[in-house]
Design a protein around this ligand. Structure first.
Ligand SMILES: NC(=O)c1ccc[n+]([C@@H]2O[C@H](COP(=O)([O-])OP(=O)(O)OC[C@H]3O[C@@H](n4cnc5c(N)ncnc54)[C@H](O)[C@@H]3O)[C@@H](O)[C@H]2O)c1
Length: 429
């Protein structure tokens, strides 16, 4: 007997929508079939409609329009931009969909709690795209930490090193550069990392303090003779590491170059640099997001964790060092390698964690497999990256961000209580 795919509608046929979720449906046609899409960009909409043979009457130009119609599939995948996640997911829950929701679940603390409550009320299966929780590297690391052989976890230091070109593309010129149009950097880039620390620690931190700023990508670092765009005859263009001409007009048209225009010909890309956000000088953008941030947590039992995020790296790598009472563990996510050094006999174990070959070290594929399996089995209680868990890790992010902005240490349970009280007050109005 052949297995029937689960039918889905997609909100937002951009990079994640088309490549990650659309790509999954093409690779696993017995698991997932798209029967509807909402996407305002006509080129992107047409591309998705053609790729997945979607009937014309099921192609919409916005999530608002799609969700005005009766439910047309069992699941909805929400790959819109950050600010749309909350209103569209609330509406989709009312419409009756199970939902795979891109992070962040919402861009402010009260909305996260509101969404989490709505998920519990409706009993729908809602899974956040915290792909690190499904990544074999972190799954294995969690097993190691749960084993008595390494003893108690005393301290975790986690680094997210973002390559300078990636940072400039996404967080200076692009989609996530301005907090008002997306969300704070610790949420948009690093909610995965705060979530994975929460998942590994299996407890809420008691206290947080966070420091960080926009230090490098500011107009103070542009000389007076530097024009608005790299294409405006900039005198240092040929030696600038952030030259948009070097970055976007070469032979490579893979990610992230393919995000700047639907027309990837040389002329199409040049036009995008002359007119769109990606041709702007990195020192003359409207970016408001930090370019480095250090956050530290202390737990009630004395354990400490730290997270360092910055956009000044030669490569994109996440590394961890975990100090336990009986072993030291070092992790290199991109190499998919864990190293465990035991104190009792000096033994060193090197573990290659493997996994499917996707952009997120296998995490995306396994995350979508899991979501579909839960929908088939009707198990909202077994979601690993559930709305409740994700809401808690998002609230940790908001507490850290508040600490950074107010230059104060925050007691996390008190912060969460305050968010709930604020929500109740606003609901009474
Ligand atoms: N889980 C992960 O690891 C991961 C990685 C990258 C991005 N993301 C998240 O995924 C989301 C999408 O990111 P992306 O890189 O695909 O961005 P994108 O800009 O490429 O895609 C978003 C799409 O939503 C469309 N859109 C805008 N308004 C809409 C509306 N009213 N109705 C329907 N669609 C609408 C846009 O036209 C665009 O095509 C973001 O929230 C981002 O934070 C998650």
């Amino acid at each position: 007997m052949s297995i029937q795919p689960v039918d889905a509608v997609l909100l937002g046929a951009g990079m994640r929508g088309f490549c990650t979720f659309g790509g999954y449906a093409k690779s696993f046609p017995n698991n997932l079939r798209f029967v509807g899409v909402a996407e305002p960009d006509p080129v992107r909409r047409k591309r998705f409609v053609e790729e997945h043979s979607i009937p014309a009457q099921n192609a919409f130009s916005s999530w608002e329009e799609l969700l005005e119609r009766p439910q047309t599939a069992e699941i909805l995948i929400n790959a819109t931009m950050d600010l749309d996640h909350f209103p569209s997911t609330m509406k989709a829950l009312d419409a009756g969909y199970h939902i795979l929701l891109e992070k962040p679940m919402a861009t402010d603390a009260c909305s996260c709690v509101q969404l989490m409550r709505k998920v519990e009320e409706t009993g729908k299966i809602v899974q956040l795209c915290h792909s690190l929780r499904y990544n074999p590297f972190f799954v294995r690391l969690k097993k190691i930490l749960e084993s008595p052989d390494v003893g108690d976890v005393v301290s975790i230091m986690h680094n997210e090193n973002i390559a300078y070109w990636h940072y400039a593309h996404s967080f200076v010129r692009g989609n996530w550069s301005n907090e008002e149009r997306s969300s704070p950097g610790l949420l948009s880039k690093s909610c995965h990392d705060i979530d994975i620390l929460y998942w590994l620690a299996q407890k809420l931190p008691a206290r947080v303090s966070s420091f960080g700023s926009q230090m490098h990508f500011t107009s103070d670092n542009a000389g007076e003779d530097i024009p608005q765009r790299c294409t405006d005859g900039c005198p240092i263009e040929s030696s600038c590491p952030y030259s948009a001409i070097r970055m976007y007009l070469g032979d490579n048209i893979d990610w992230p170059i393919n995000t700047i225009s639907s027309d990837l010909s040389y002329e199409g890309r040049l036009q995008a640099l002359r007119e769109g956000p990606y041709g702007r000088c990195v020192y003359r953008c409207d970016n408001t997001i930090v370019d480095h941030q250090i956050t530290t947590f202390e737990y009630d039992d004395g354990m400490t964790t730290g997270f360092n995020m910055h956009g000044h790296s030669h490569d994109n790598v996440r590394t961890l060092r975990i100090s336990c009472s009986q072993a030291t563990i070092r992790g290199f996510l991109e190499k998919r390698e864990l190293e465990v050094n035991y104190y009792d006999d000096g033994r060193q174990e090197i573990i290659h964690t493997g996994g499917p070959d996707d952009l997120h070290g296998g995490g995306d594929t396994l995350m979508i497999h899991d979501f579909i399996d839960l929908v088939r089995r009707g198990r909202p209680d077994q979601v690993i990256a559930s709305a409740k868990q994700s809401c808690e890790s998002h609230l940790i992010v908001f507490a850290a961000e508040r600490s950074r902005k107010t230059n104060r240490m925050f007691h996390i349970p008190t912060f969460i209580k305050q968010v709930n009280q604020d929500l109740e007050k606003s609901e009474k109005k």
